[in-house]
Design a protein around this ligand. Structure first.
Ligand code: ATP
Ligand code: MG
Length: 308
């Protein structure tokens, strides 16, 4: 059964889409059957892979709303082993239309049930918000990757994000855990970048990937050509770094899977960060009793989302 990883940060422009595209593409190159789901109405992952967000092709919106089957929304990406479920501006409507639906937080999870069997890895590019769309992504996912831009306000909003992950874990998806943190757009000439890296590593410890993505003009140009970086300039620094990062993410899988209780992964983190105030919701989530399907359904009628 494939693993579902959501790239999530409610902060805009931190490198979610760039990371989702390029990690997916390198996973595909490493012969992993990979699916990238664009869950952002901006549809940057869609256009960044050379797909037309204005085309009639059905995508994430239609899948979520039950207007298309999981097979109808699959399109081939620019590499073999890479498929895509594209986004379109219609997805903006999902945020509103979902509100009145029962089990609204579970729509994406349910729709991905069968697709999970067809892929080794499914990456989800989340929108920059903590609304119902992101909630659906977190409920569907096994783990979360948080991209963080190496800038002064890198950690701002993080505790809100971790609280949300904790709430989802508590009420809607008890297996969810933090896969890793990617530091993006590093400018190693500045002292600030060094300080941010140190701070984030102090905060997230070994959950921060050793491979740091530098600021690179080639990385920012590639989406304009609808290509992942290795098809645009495979020798560029950005390409090399994303390749190493993808390998690092893959190599960590065995270690993560070896942990029998994945909940511990977030719990340890919460405790480590006690003095920075991240722990309360997460810790509370982990001391809750097990949930039945029925509890989850009840919780879904307005509990977690109202607290966001
Ligand atoms: N390492 C990098 N070097 C230079 N530019 C980058 C790098 N990573 C991303 N960018 C550029 O920064 C901008 C924001 O990146 P990206 O779209 O990946 O972020 P995002 O978190 O998905 O944004 P949003 O929240 O709007 O979805 C884009 O124009 C992208 O091309
Ligand atoms: Mg994006």
């Amino acid at each position: 059964m494939g693993k579902i990883i959501a790239l999530c940060n409610q902060k805009g422009g931190v490198g979610k889409t760039t990371s989702a595209i390029n990690i997916s593409a390198y996973f595909a190159l490493m012969k992993k059957r990979t699916l990238l789901i664009d869950a952002d109405p901006q549809a940057n992952a869609t256009s960044g892979l050379g797909l037309d967000k204005k085309s009639a092709q059905k995508g994430t919106y239609e899948l979520l709303m039950g207007l298309a089957s999981d097979q109808e929304v699959l399109v081939r990406g620019p590499l073999s082993n890479l498929d895509v479920i594209q986004s379109s501006v219609a997805l903006v409507g999902a945020e509103i239309e979902l509100v009145g639906m029962t089990s609204r937080e579970f729509k994406l999870r349910d729709k991905l049930q069968r697709l999970r069997e067809e892929y080794d890895y499914i990456f989800i590019d989340c929108p920059p918000s903590l609304g119902l769309l992101t909630l659906n992504c977190l409920v569907a996912a096994d783990s979360v990757i948080i991209p963080l831009q190496c800038e002064y306000y890198a950690l701002e909003g993080l505790s809100q994000l971790m609280d949300t992950v904790g709430l989802v874990k508590q009420a809607l998806n008890s297996k969810l855990y933090l896969e890793g943190v990617i530091l993006t757009m590093a400018d190693f000439r500045t002292r600030l970048t060094g300080e941010v890296i140190k701070e984030v590593q102090g905060f997230f410890k070994d959950r921060v990937y050793k491979t740091i993505i530098p600021r690179s003009i080639r990385l920012s140009e590639a989406p304009g050509f609808g290509k992942p970086i290795m098809l645009y300039d495979k020798l560029s620094v950005g390409a090399q770094r994303y390749k190493v990062l993808a390998k690092e993410i893959l190599s960590k899988q065995a270690h993560l899977e070896a942990k029998t209780d994945k909940a511990v992964i977030v719990d340890e983190l919460a405790l480590e960060n006690e003095n920075i105030g991240l722990e309360t919701q997460l810790h509370r989530a982990l001391t809750q009793a097990e949930f039945t399907e029925q509890d989850i359904d009840q919780a879904s009628v307005g509990n977690a989302e109202d607290q966001l």
